[in-house]
Design a protein around this ligand. Structure first.
Ligand code: HEC
Ligand code: HEC
Ligand code: HEC
Ligand code: HEC
Ligand code: HEC
Ligand code: HEC
Length: 447
C-alpha cells in the first residue's frame, strides 16, 4: 500500500512539474509575442494616427488599401523597413511616397510578424468611447486589457490551489482509512502543516527543483526589471516652441553647428539663444497662421515687435527649453572628444535630426538601423551603451592615425615607449579600439 502511494505521488509530482513547466513557458512566450500596440506607440505614433491622417496617413485598413491598389507582394513590409527601396521597385509604393514632403523613417529592424502585429492592432482598433463615458478619461483600452489578463492567471492559480487541496484532502482520508483498517485504531490527526513538511521532506528533490525554478525566475525578472529603471525609451518632452529640426536642418540645410555651436569646442553642444533664431526670423515671419503663431513666440521671447518697421521693445522673456538628453551628475561626457577627436557623426547618437521634429532620445534599435552607424544593442544613454561602443569602435586603422588631430599619435607613441609587446598584440587584429586606450576605465567616465 505504501509503495503504491509513493508511486502515485511520484507520478503526480512528475505531472505537476510538467504542468508548472508548461505554464511557465506559455506565460513567458506569451509576453514575448509581438505586441502591435506597443510597437505602434513606440515607433509609429509620432507620425501616424490609427483613425485619421496626421503627419502620415491613417493606419487603419492600410493593408487592404495596398492590396486593392495593386501593390506588389511583400512591398508593404518592404515599405516599412525602407520606403525608398519599396518605392524604387513598386509603382504603387512610389505613388504613396508623394503623399507628403515629409519622408517616413526607416525601420530595418522590424520583423515580418512585428509589422503584421502593428497592422493587426490598427485594423482591430476602435476609439475608446466607453472609457470616456464611464469617467475614465482617456485611459485607453490597453491597460485594462492587460489587467483582465492578469485576472485570468490569478483565477487559474486559485482553481489550481483548490484542486491540490481537494486532492490532498481525499488522499488524507484514504490514508486514515487504510491505517485504521490495518491497525484497527484511528490514527492521531496530523495537521496540514505537519503533513506538508513531511511530504516536502520525502520529496526533497522535487521541492528543491521547484524552489530553484521560482528563485531563478525571480532573479531573472528582477534583474530585467532593474535594467529598465530610469531608462526612458524614446523620451521626447514637450517644448515651449515646437521647433522643427526637419525644416531647419533638413529642408533649409542649416548646419547643426550654426545652432549647437560649441559641439566641437567643449563638453556641451549648447542650445541656441533666441538671438540666433532672430538672425533669420526677423525676416522669416511665417507663411500661414500656424507658422505665424509659433514664430510669434520667438518675438515674444526676444521682445520684438514685427509690425511696421520692426523694433525691439526691451521686454524679453527667455525660452525655457526642456532638456532631452540627461546623464546623471556622476557621469562625464564630452562632445568635443567624440565629434572632433573620435570623428563620430551626430546621427550615431542622436539619429537623423534632419528628419525629426523636436529632439528625442532615439531608441538604440532605430540608431542601429541608420546607414553608416555602428550597430549597438544596449539602450541609448545607459552605461552599457557607452561601453559597448567603446568596445567596438576603432580609433585607428594603422600604426599611426592619419585622420585628425594628432591626439592619437601621442597615445600611440606612449604605448610604444611603455610596452611594445602589448602594442603589437593590439595591432595583430589591426584594430585599436577606444577600450584599448582606456575607454572602459571607470574613472574616465565617473568623477
Ligand atoms: C517620421 C514620421 C513617420 C514615422 C515615424 C512613421 N511613418 Fe509611416 N509614413 C509617414 C509618411 C509621411 C507617409 C506618407 C508617405 C510619404 O509621403 O512619404 C507614411 C506612409 C506609411 C504607410 C503607407 C500609408 C498609405 O496610406 O498607403 C504605411 C503602411 C506606414 N507609413 C507605416 C508605418 C509604420 C508601420 C510605422 C512604424 C513602424 C511608421 N509608418 C512610422 C511618416 C512616418
Ligand atoms: C557619442 C555620442 C554622441 C555624439 C556623436 C553626439 N552627441 Fe550630442 N549628446 C550625447 C550625450 C550622451 C548627451 C547628453 C549629455 C549630458 O547630459 O551631459 C548629448 C547632448 C546633446 C545636446 C544637449 C545639450 C548638451 O550639450 O548637453 C545637444 C544639443 C547635442 N547633444 C547635439 C549634438 C550634435 C549637434 C552632435 C553632432 C555634431 C552631437 N550631439 C553628437 C551624445 C552624443
Ligand atoms: C538660418 C535661418 C534660421 C534660423 C537661425 C532659425 N530659423 Fe526657424 N525657420 C527658418 C526658415 C527658412 C523657416 C521656414 C519658413 C517657411 O516654411 O516658409 C523656419 C520656420 C520656423 C518655424 C515654423 C515651422 C513650422 O512649424 O512650420 C518655427 C517654429 C521656427 N522656425 C522656430 C525657430 C527657432 C525657435 C529658432 C531658434 C532656435 C529658429 N527657428 C532659427 C529659418 C531659420
Ligand atoms: C536653427 C537651429 C538649430 C539647428 C540648425 C539644429 N538644432 Fe538641434 N536644437 C535646436 C533647438 C532650439 C533645440 C531645443 C528644442 C528641442 O529639444 O527640440 C535643439 C535640440 C537638439 C537636441 C536635444 C538637446 C537636448 O536637450 O538633449 C539634439 C540632440 C539636437 N538638437 C541635435 C541637432 C543636430 C544633430 C542637428 C543637425 C542635424 C541640429 N540639432 C540642428 C536648434 C537647432
Ligand atoms: C558610438 C560610439 C560611442 C558612444 C555611444 C560613446 N562613446 Fe565615448 N568614445 C568614443 C570614441 C570613438 C572615443 C575616442 C576618442 C578618444 O579616444 O578620445 C571615445 C572616448 C571617450 C572618453 C575618453 C576616453 C579616453 O581614453 O580618453 C570618454 C570619457 C567617453 N568616451 C565617455 C563616454 C560616455 C560617458 C558615453 C555614454 C554616455 C560614451 N562615451 C558613449 C565613442 C563612443
Ligand atoms: C564609457 C563610460 C563609462 C565607463 C567606462 C563606466 N561607466 Fe558607469 N556609468 C556610465 C553612465 C553613462 C552611467 C549612467 C547610466 C544611466 O543613467 O542609466 C553610469 C552609471 C553607473 C553607476 C550607477 C548605476 C546606474 O546604472 O545608474 C554605477 C554604480 C557605475 N556606473 C559604476 C561603474 C564602474 C564600477 C565602472 C568601471 C568598471 C564604470 N561605471 C565605468 C558610464 C560609464
Amino acid at each position: 500500500m505504501k509503495m503504491a502511494m509513493n508511486q502515485l505521488i511520484g507520478k503526480t509530482s512528475g505531472f505537476i512539474l510538467g504542468l508548472i513547466a508548461f505554464t511557465y513557458v506559455s506565460v513567458t512566450s506569451f509576453s514575448w509575442a509581438a505586441n502591435g500596440e506597443e510597437l505602434f506607440t513606440t515607433h509609429c505614433a509620432t507620425c501616424h494616427k490609427v483613425l485619421e491622417s496626421s503627419t502620415g496617413p491613417k493606419m487603419q485598413g492600410v493593408r487592404a488599401k495596398w492590396e486593392e491598389g495593386g501593390a506588389l507582394e511583400g512591398s508593404l513590409h518592404e515599405w516599412v523597413r525602407d520606403w525608398s527601396v519599396a518605392a524604387a521597385k513598386d509603382p504603387y509604393a512610389a505613388s504613396v511616397a508623394t503623399w507628403s514632403p515629409t519622408a517616413m523613417s526607416k525601420f530595418g529592424f522590424l520583423k515580418d510578424e512585428e509589422i503584421e502585429a502593428i497592422f493587426d492592432y490598427a485594423d482591430n482598433y476602435t476609439a475608446p468611447v466607453a472609457a470616456v463615458a464611464a469617467g475614465g478619461g482617456d485611459a485607453a483600452s490597453g491597460p485594462m486589457e492587460e489587467e483582465s489578463n492578469s485576472w485570468v492567471w490569478i483565477l487559474i492559480g486559485i482553481v489550481f490551489v483548490g484542486i491540490i487541496l481537494a486532492v490532498g484532502g481525499v488522499r488524507r482520508q484514504l490514508k486514515y482509512a487504510t491505517v485504521e483498517n490495518e491497525t484497527g485504531t484511528a490514527p492521531a490527526e496530523e495537521s496540514y502543516g505537519d503533513e506538508i513538511r513531511s511530504w516536502a521532506f520525502k520529496n526533497r528533490k522535487f521541492v528543491g527543483i521547484i524552489v530553484l525554478v521560482v528563485v531563478m525566475s525571480g532573479l531573472v525578472y528582477g534583474y530585467l526589471a532593474l535594467n529598465t529603471v530610469g531608462v526612458y525609451h524614446n523620451y521626447q518632452p514637450s517644448q515651449p516652441i515646437e521647433f522643427p529640426h526637419d525644416i531647419h536642418a533638413g529642408v533649409n540645410g542649416i548646419d547643426c553647428k550654426y545652432c549647437h555651436n560649441s559641439v566641437e569646442r567643449s563638453r556641451t553642444a549648447g542650445i541656441p539663444t533666441v538671438n540666433v533664431c532672430m538672425n533669420c526670423h526677423k525676416g522669416v515671419k511665417g507663411k500661414d497662421d500656424a507658422q505665424k503663431e509659433k514664430i510669434a513666440k520667438i518675438y515674444a521671447a526676444a521682445g520684438f515687435d514685427p509690425e511696421g518697421p520692426g523694433s525691439y521693445t526691451g521686454e524679453t522673456d527667455p525660452i525655457v527649453w526642456n532638456k532631452v538628453h540627461v546623464l546623471p551628475d556622476h557621469v562625464y561626457f564630452n562632445h568635443k572628444q567624440h565629434v572632433l577627436v573620435g570623428g563620430l557623426d551626430c546621427k550615431q547618437c542622436h539619429g537623423d535630426m534632419t528628419k525629426e521634429k523636436t529632439a528625442r532620445v532615439v531608441p538604440v534599435e532605430e540608431l542601429s538601423a541608420i546607414e553608416g552607424n555602428i550597430k549597438l544593442t544596449r539602450p541609448t544613454l545607459t552605461m552599457g551603451w557607452c561601453i559597448e561602443c567603446h568596445g567596438e569602435k576603432e580609433i585607428s586603422n594603422g600604426p599611426v592615425n592619419t585622420v585628425g588631430s594628432g591626439y592619437y599619435d601621442e597615445i600611440h607613441r606612449r604605448l610604444m615607449d611603455n610596452d611594445k609587446e602589448l602594442y603589437q598584440k593590439y595591432l595583430k587584429d589591426d584594430k585599436v579600439t577606444v577600450k584599448e586606450l582606456g575607454g572602459w576605465e571607470c574613472a574616465k567616465c565617473h568623477y
